[in-house]
Design a protein around this ligand. Sequence first.
Ligand code: UFG
Length: 328
Amino acid sequence: MAVLVTGGAGYIGSHTVVELLEASEEVVVVDNLQKGHEKAVVGGKFYHGDLRDEEFLKKVFEENDIEAVIHFAADSLVGESVKDPLKYYNNNVVATLRLLTAMKEHGVSKIVFSSTAATYGEPENIPILETDRTVPTNPYGETKLAIEKALKWADSAYGIKYTALRYFNAAGAHPSGKIGEDHKPESHLIPIILKTALGQMESVSIFGTDYNTPDGTCIRDYIHVTDLAQAHVLALQRLRENGESRIYNLGNGMGFSVKQVVELAREVTGVPFKVVNGPRRPGDPAVLVASSGKIQRELGWQPRFNDLWTIIETAWNWHKNHPDGFGD
Ligand code: UFG
């Protein structure tokens, strides 16, 4: 019996494939390689194709004895989603509905779904609890919330059991140094900082210094990608033990400001890279910090790389040794 990993050539997907293989799972990866990298897939059976292609999806489900799905494939940039919402509804909602339909038709009843802190919008409490209100402030968060709701109804109608993991800020690279983060163009803070430290970018722009936070810059909860990946393996195990459908936050529960990340990265890299103050980026909440108590209590999840120094260090190790990412 195999685990189907959609988007398994992407950043979080590829790190999860590593954890699944280490747990001796049989893995089938599907990726359209629009953003993913085939070289990031370290093992398992690989299919290049798009979830919206029903014939392709049918072939994948017919050729493999799929027991469960871990669904990463999606577009995930907040700013882009505001500019092109239909792209996000198409890739995140339409594709997932096709996937769920194929699961239903082939009797597959377990799915771990990549959701996001963006489902909350402006938080009502810090740290954020899973029971807090969900009012997304961008199409990206809306599409993920739409699927969480579709999953709820698919559970009650067809018995498809799901775990939705609401990620906070994924960061870092595999401690082996073999795989890491490679987005082109890059929009995330830590890789931008490290590319600047490598001289690939001129400076880091801080998006807003007038937020209502101690140093005026946005606060985020950075979680190591391997810890995130591990949570998927635990979620899968729980679904196998006839676990009920659940939604969990995934973060470290500690907030760091953009300025704090910059300072720490200067220490880790030893490079006094240039930083400039820029305007706010539309749609950025001032503070996003998770309460991850629920997943710790219910699934026994424990982050192993929960200090930001280590998170940045693993990313630095990857960027230094792979200045062109996967080189594709
Ligand atoms: N930032 C900068 N300069 C940059 C890039 C980012 O100051 O060049 C700031 C952002 O304004 C933000 C913080 O650094 O305050 C982190 O930004 P990222 O782009 O790295 O990450 P986001 O918090 O915007 O996004 C992450 C995920 C999204 C998810 C979102 C939830 O990548 O998928 O959290 O809000 F939707």
